[in-house]
Design a protein around this ligand. Structure first.
Ligand code: UDP
Length: 448
């Protein structure tokens, strides 16, 4: 479909928000829309843009978020308020200049809807997290999170009963991170008024909760936002490019993986934000080594000093530690047999879509709920146990890696993972549930 409709797309400036919204933008561009993706100046210095041969189909624009002056004296609430005020103003100015037809904004910035409305533009809220997680925050916003006091279990429509450790950690720990909790819960302050609600999931993956949501408001599933060339090798037209906030060691990782046997490598990564203490890092390190498997471990530069002394030299035969990698390429490599993950939603969805079983090591926010689903709903992984000192020991780490990579249990998890991969592929292929929803969205944008 040829169209001149121009859409401004605005993800929250964090890796886990940029990735899905950028990949979604590429799908829109492939269906004939002109897309301008907006980033903010405080992250623009660390952007590593990979562009496809022949140039990017997307245009990029950067606006100031008022946080680039390096003033860290304010508390997080003041930062957030300044971010909202500055970005609202600059987004409006950019929209006046570019005259788009509509805006797609990250649902955790609900005030973008006011900016769009102020300019008479239609707007779509894009939810980057799992719908199960969205619904926990929604029920919290509505004051409907029902606690069974005796057992401390939580029941929500169309969702598994959760224990406190399965809820997004910001709910029980909200007093520690009130600004983050506000960010998450406020997604539901005006979402009904948006023209569209786009969800980074697919119908079969979250069938029950999606049916419940659809009975309340119109929604469109558009995921998984994994470039479809990874799901289906035939789809060469869907180029892999994106934006990294860290420089990936692509060649080193891929060459190293090429030397390893099928399903022999544990890929371990905790995403772009999660941090662990020094003693926890030490336990993870020796757990990986003691598992006696090959491992590729992503330790961001800011975390490197926590690695045990001599660890890298002592494990160099079986292990590779780098600061960042091309995760999709890594997860699609035949040598990877297990993903030890912090269960960020993108990592979880990428592993499900690429058929890789997981060792779930949630750290905070929505990761705990994603882990609950990985183990109890999708059956593609095991969750580590935290001991009474709040540590995942090396023995526990080793045990869980072996559980996923060896024996009948490992085979069963892998079979389940492969089933999800097939269903993910079905959702994004031409005429699949997510593809149809994207077509519909584009048609609605173009027609009115
Ligand atoms: N990622 C990557 N290389 C790495 C680690 C992560 O490209 O070495 C990507 C990963 O594919 C995912 C994103 O970074 O798309 C992390 O998002 P996620 O929601 O999993 O976690 P967050 O960083 O938001 O905690």
């Amino acid at each position: 479909m040829e169209s001149k409709a121009h859409i401004l797309v605005f993800p929250f400036p964090a890796q886990g928000h940029i990735n899905p919204i950028l990949q979604f933008s590429k799908r829109l561009a492939s269906k004939g829309l002109k897309i301008t993706l907006i980033t903010t100046t405080s992250i623009s210095h660390s952007l590593h843009l990979q562009t496809p041969a022949g140039g990017a189909a997307l245009q990029f624009e950067s606006i100031s978020d008022g946080l680039d002056g390096g003033d860290h004296s304010d508390n997080i609430h003041t930062h957030l308020d300044r971010f909202i005020a500055t970005v609202s103003q600059n987004l409006a100015q950019l929209a006046v200049k570019l005259r788009p037809n509509a805006v797609v904004y990250d649902a955790i910035m609900p005030w973008c809807l006011d900016v769009a409305r102020g300019l008479g533009l239609r707007a779509a809220a894009f939810f980057t997290q799992m719908c199960g997680v969205s619904m926990v925050y929604y029920h919290q916003y509505e004051g409907n999170l029902k606690v069974d006091g005796e057992n401390c279990r939580f029941s929500m429509p169309a969702m598994p009963v959760m224990e406190i450790g399965d809820l997004p950690s910001l709910i029980p720990d909200g007093h520690l991170y009130p600004a983050f909790l506000r960010l998450m819960v406020d997604q539901f302050s005006n979402f009904r008024e948006a023209d569209w609600r786009l969800l980074n999931t697919f119908d079969k993956l979250e069938e029950e909760v999606l049916n419940w949501m659809a009975s309340q408001w119109p929604i469109k599933t558009v995921g998984p936002t994994v470039p479809s060339m990874y799901l289906d090798k035939q789809l060469e037209d869907d180029k892999d490019y994106g934006v990294n906030l860290f420089q990936p060691s692509a060649e080193v990782c891929m060459k190293w993986l090429d030397t390893k046997e099928k399903a022999s490598v544990v890929y371990a990564s905790f995403g772009s934000l999660a941090t662990v203490g020094e003693s926890q890092m030490e336990e993870l390190a020796w757990g990986l080594k003691n598992s006696d498997k090959n491992f590729l471990w992503i330790v961001r530069a800011s975390e490197e000093s926590k690695l045990p002394r001599n660890f890298i030299s002592e494990t160099s035969e079986k292990g590779l530690v780098v600061n960042w990698c091309p995760q999709l390429q890594v997860l699609s490599h035949h040598a990877v047999g297990c993903f030890m993950t912090h269960c960020g939603w993108n990592s979880t969805l990428e592993a499900l879509s690429l058929g890789v079983p997981m060792v779930a090591m949630p750290v905070w926010t929505d990761q705990t709920t994603n882990a609950k689903y990985i183990v109890d709903v999708w059956h593609t992984g095991v969750r580590v146990k935290v001991n009474e000192r709040g540590i995942i020991t090396r023995e526990e780490t080793e045990l869980r890696i072996k559980e996923v990579m060896e024996g009948e249990r490992g085979n069963e998890l892998r079979r389940n993972a492969v089933r999800w991969k097939e269903l993910a592929k079905e959702a994004v292929r031409k005429g699949g549930s997510s593809d149809k929803n994207i077509e519909e969205f584009v048609a609605e944008l173009v027609c009115t």
